[in-house]
Write a protein that binds this ligand. Structure first.
Ligand SMILES: NC(=O)c1ccc[n+]([C@@H]2O[C@H](COP(=O)([O-])OP(=O)(O)OC[C@H]3O[C@@H](n4cnc5c(N)ncnc54)[C@H](O)[C@@H]3O)[C@@H](O)[C@H]2O)c1
Length: 353
C-alpha cells in the first residue's frame, strides 16, 4: 500500500470553517463513487473539485460524466491539495485506513465508506488523529438515513414497541462475490450499523457461525448478539441465496414491526401483537393471552438516503458538529465484525465485546 505524503502547505491550511461551501476531493470512482459525486454535485454547500481513480476506465467515465471537474490518477494530488476541505474515500475497505489517515494528516475532513477500517486498531488511530486535529470523520452508514430506519428510530425512541425482546435481520442474495472481503465484511456492516443506531444498549457478546464454499472467503454467516436484559439480535448474511431478501423484524413487549426493504409500498408494518403471561406458577400451568390487534403501515417520506447523509456531513463540517455516524460509530461496527470473524474461526465460540 502506498504511503501518501503530507504537504506542509495543506497540513497547515485550516478547513473552510466560517465559509459556507465544503470543497470535496473524491478518491474512488467505481460502483459507489459516482453515486456520492452525483449527490454532492446537487448540494448547494458542496463543490466537487477533483475526482481520482487508479484505473484508466474509471477516469474516462468520470471525465465523461463531469467534464468540468479535474480528474487525476494519483491520490496524493487530492489528499494534499490546498483547494480541498474534505475527502470522500470510496475505495475498497483495505485502502480506507491509509487514505483516511493521509487525508486527516493533510487537514481534511473525511467521509469514508463502510466498513470504516479493516480492524479496530486502525479505527482507533483515525479517531484519535481526527480529534487531535479537530476534523470530522463520517462513516457512510447509508441506511441510517433511509426513511424506514428514520421512522423505526422514531418509533423506538417513543417506546412504541415497549421493552425489546429481539432484533432479527436477513440480508441474502446470489452474489455479488467480492474478491477482497467475505460476506460478513461486505453485507453485515449495513445490519450492524442499523442495529447500533436503533438500539441504545451495546451488545455484550457474539456467537457466529459461517462457511466458505467457493473462494475461501465466508459466503454465508449467522451472527447472534447478546445484549443486557435478555435482548437478543440475529443477523443472517448470505451470498448463496436463490432469492434476494432484505427483512428486519423487531419484537417488543407492546408491539412488533417488520421492515421489508424490498416492498414497493407498506415497507414498514407495525403489529399490535404480543403475548401476556397470566399465570406465573410454572410451565405446566402457564396461561398466555395472545393479543392480535391492528396492523399499521406508517407513511414514509420519499427521499434518497445518500442525499440526506451528505447534506448532514456538509452541515456538520460547516457548523463544527460531530455526526452521529462518526468514527466511533464506525469503530463499534468494526468491533462487531472482528468479534464475528473470531467466533466463526472457533466454530461458534462466545466472544465478548
Ligand atoms: N454505503 C453503501 O451502501 C455502499 C454500497 C456499495 C459500496 N460501498 C462501499 O464503497 C467502497 C467502494 O465500493 P465499490 O463497490 O464502489 O468498489 P469498486 O471496486 O467498484 O470501486 C472502487 C474504485 O476505487 C478505485 N481505487 C482503489 N484504490 C484506490 C486508490 N488508492 N486511489 C484511487 N482509486 C482507488 C478502484 O480503481 C475502483 O475504481 C467499499 O468500501 C464498499 O464497501 C458502500
Amino acid at each position: 500500500m502506498a504511503t501518501y505524503v503530507t504537504s506542509p502547505e495543506s497540513s497547515s491550511a485550516t478547513p473552510k470553517r466560517g465559509s459556507d461551501v465544503v470543497r470535496f476531493g473524491i478518491v474512488g470512482y467505481g460502483y459507489w463513487g459516482p453515486k456520492v459525486v452525483r449527490n454532492l454535485e446537487h448540494l448547494p454547500n458542496a463543490e466537487v473539485m477533483t475526482l481520482c481513480d487508479l484505473k484508466v476506465a474509471a477516469r474516462k467515465r468520470a471525465h465523461k460524466d463531469y467534464p468540468q471537474v479535474e480528474i487525476v490518477s494519483d491520490p496524493a494530488e487530492v489528499l494534499t491539495s490546498p483547494e480541498i476541505d474534505a475527502i470522500a474515500v470510496v475505495t475498497p475497505v483495505w485502502t480506507h485506513y491509509e487514505l483516511a489517515k493521509a487525508a486527516l494528516e493533510n487537514g481534511k475532513h473525511v467521509f469514508v465508506e463502510k466498513p470504516f477500517t479493516s480492524n479496530t486498531a486502525q479505527a482507533q488511530e483515525l479517531i484519535e488523529l481526527a480529534e487531535k486535529k479537530n476534523l470530522k470523520i463520517m462513516v457512510d452508514h447509508t441506511f441510517l438515513f433511509t426513511p424506514a430506519v428514520r421512522k423505526i428510530h422514531e418509533l423506538l425512541s417513543e417506546n412504541t414497541l415497549g421493552r425489546l425482546y429481539y432484533y432479527d435481520s436477513m440480508r441474502v442474495n446470489l452474489g455479488l462475490f467480492q474478491h477482497d472481503i467475505n460476506v460478513i465484511w461486505d453485507l453485515a456492516p449495513h445490519d450492524l450499523s442499523i442495529m447500533d443506531h436503533l438500539i441504545s444498549e451495546r451488545p455484550e457478546a457474539i456467537v457466529a457461525t459461517g462457511q466458505s464454499h467457493l473462494n475461501g472467503l465466508e459466503d454465508i454467516a449467522f451472527i447472534t448478539l447478546y445484549f443486557p436484559d435478555k435482548l437478543v439480535a440475529h443477523v443472517n448474511v448470505n451470498w448463496l441465496s436463490p432469492v434476494k431478501i432484505r427483512t428486519t423484524l423487531i419484537g417488543g413487549e407492546k408491539k412488533m414491526l417488520v421492515w421489508n426493504d424490498q416492498a414497493v409500498d407498506e415497507e414498514l408494518k407495525v403489529y399490535d401483537k404480543g403475548v401476556t403471561v397470566t399465570s406465573p406458577e410454572g410451565v405446566y400451568n402457564l396461561l398466555v393471552n395472545y393479543r392480535s390487534g391492528d396492523m399499521w403501515a406508517p407513511r414514509l417520506e420519499r427521499a434518497e438516503a445518500l442525499t440526506r447523509e451528505l447534506t448532514y456531513f456538509v452541515d456538520c463540517v460547516l457548523k463544527d458538529e460531530n455526526p452521529m455516524n462518526d468514527g466511533k460509530a464506525g469503530l463499534r461496527v468494526v468491533q462487531m465484525l472482528e468479534a464475528t470473524t473470531k467466533s466463526i474461526s472457533q466454530r461458534g465460540a462466545l466472544v465478548y465485546l
